[in-house]
Design a protein around this ligand. Structure first.
Ligand SMILES: Nc1ncnc2c1ncn2[C@@H]1O[C@H](COP(=O)(O)OP(=O)(O)OP(=O)(O)O)[C@@H](O)[C@H]1O
Ligand SMILES: [Mg+2]
Length: 161
């Protein structure tokens, strides 16, 4: 199940992410894919803001994971620097998903085989203008597939024409 959206600036990507965060529940896993500078971190910033995280959200490229308290506990991972997929096992994603935890992973598509097979994969691609991005959202597994329709409604403001 695939949904498509487009944004015309980083703030629009943050707003879109906020709309998804409104629907998020403890245990949700989101994988963010896309080239350098595509807007993965911008997405997490909007997502966290909508959860009520009030600290600045910065890329955890060197530290692997940052954790923030909001309506849910946001675990922000960036696996760009992992050398082997199995290194993700040390992070214990399943434990982070317990209770009120939500996990967002930049470059998560690269480690998907080592993760629970139930996630929303969001791929960001560069568009025509410098600030245009195309987003493809793919529901994998029951948690997100069950929300496919409401997700589509939430994404209406950014629907591709
Ligand atoms: N529509 C848009 N959506 C998101 N970011 C945008 C958009 N238009 C322009 N930008 C800019 O693109 C950059 C995206 O940077 P960001 O750090 O979010 O990307 P990233 O995918 O996390 O990169 P990296 O792979 O280095 O982690 C920012 O400078 C942002 O202002
Ligand atoms: Mg980033």
């Amino acid at each position: 199940m695939i949904l498509r959206a487009r944004t015309t600036g980083a703030d629009a990507t943050r707003a879109l992410a906020g709309a998804i965060a409104e629907q998020a529940a403890g245990g949700d896993l989101i994988l963010l894919a896309g080239e350098l500078g595509a807007g993965k971190t911008a997405f997490v910033q909007g997502f966290g803001a909508a959860l009520g995280v009030d600290q600045p959200i910065t890329s955890p490229t060197f530290t692997l994971a940052h954790h923030y308290e909001g309506r849910l506990v946001l675990h922000h991972l960036d696996v760009y620097r992992l050398e082997r997929i199995s290194e993700i096992d040390d992070i214990g994603v399943s434990e982070l998903l317990d209770g009120n935890g939500v996990v967002l992973i930049e470059w998560g598509d690269a480690v998907a085989p080592a993760l629970p097979n139930d996630y929303l994969e969001i791929t960001l691609r560069y568009g025509e203008g410098d600030d245009d991005r195309h987003l493809e959202l793919r529901c994998v597994g029951g948690r997100w597939s069950a929300r496919h329709r409401t997700l589509g409604e939430k994404l209406q403001p950014w629907a591709e024409d």
